[in-house]
Design a protein around this ligand. Structure first.
Ligand code: GRF
Length: 209
């Protein structure tokens, strides 16, 4: 009998290029899962359009009265939609709101995010610009579990990207984005296959027998 399929819900607020990379990986068999739902706090976001174009259930759920987080009612609506869709994993892909208690408890240890720096350096907004302004020679991207902090959960995987002398914020961001599109599906594939497991705040590869 074949393994039951892993179901992924994706949350995003922007272009949705990481969603697209995950969806491509699913359809090409590199990620043994199916994206069953895409939710966004931004009605006109590219991610919702891209999901619709692929025939994936896509919904705008208004975030409520706050600017950087979901209000309680909105958070409940997100949890309910994802539960109804029976998701096993939630992938944040450019979702610009901090998730709080109820959401984190509902899907504990099953929410991942991609961040455009080598965490713990440069958490928060415009991490590629923070890296350039600081003058580091290497930056990159990080896939991590989501906890109550900002970009602070257990690190699942990282990819380094060199900073070039001639880089502008835009050129560096472009190369980091390209690295993200490779790293995110690889990390999710390892998690959904159970090859990578989290123990004591560390993601470790399971030894094959
Ligand atoms: C990515 O750079 C990701 O690291 C950050 O938000 C951006 C989303 O880009 N969390 P996209 O919407 O996937 O193109």
């Amino acid at each position: 009998m074949s393994e039951p399929e892993c179901r992924i819900g994706v949350l995003g607020s922007g272009h949705g290029s990481n969603f697209e990379a995950l969806a491509d990986a699913c359809s090409q068999g590199r990620l043994p899962a199916r994206i069953v739902m895409v939710l966004s706090d931004v009605a006109e976001s590219g991610i919702l359009q891209r999901a619709q174009d692929r025939g994936i259930a896509a919904r705008h759920i208004p975030p409520g009265k706050f600017r950087t987080k979901l209000d309680d009612e909105a958070e409940r609506a997100y949890v309910q939609a994802l539960r109804q869709a029976q998701v096993d994993w939630i992938a944040l892909a450019g979702f610009m709101r901090v998730l709080k208690g109820e959401f984190l408890q509902a899907f504990e240890g099953r929410i991942v995010n991609i961040h455009p720096s080598l965490l713990p350096s440069f958490p928060g907004l415009q991490a590629w610009k923070q890296a350039l302004d600081y003058g580091v020679k290497v930056t990159g991207c990080t896939v991590h579990l989501v906890d109550a902090g900002v970009d602070s959960g257990t690190i699942i995987g990282q990819q380094a990207v060199p900073v070039l002398d001639e880089d502008t914020p835009e050129s560096l961001h472009r190369r980091i984005h390209a690295a993200e599109h490779k790293l995110y599906p690889e990390c999710l594939a390892a998690l959904t296959r159970g090859e990578l497991v989290v123990k004591d705040r560390r993601a470790v590869w399971k030894k094959s027998k």
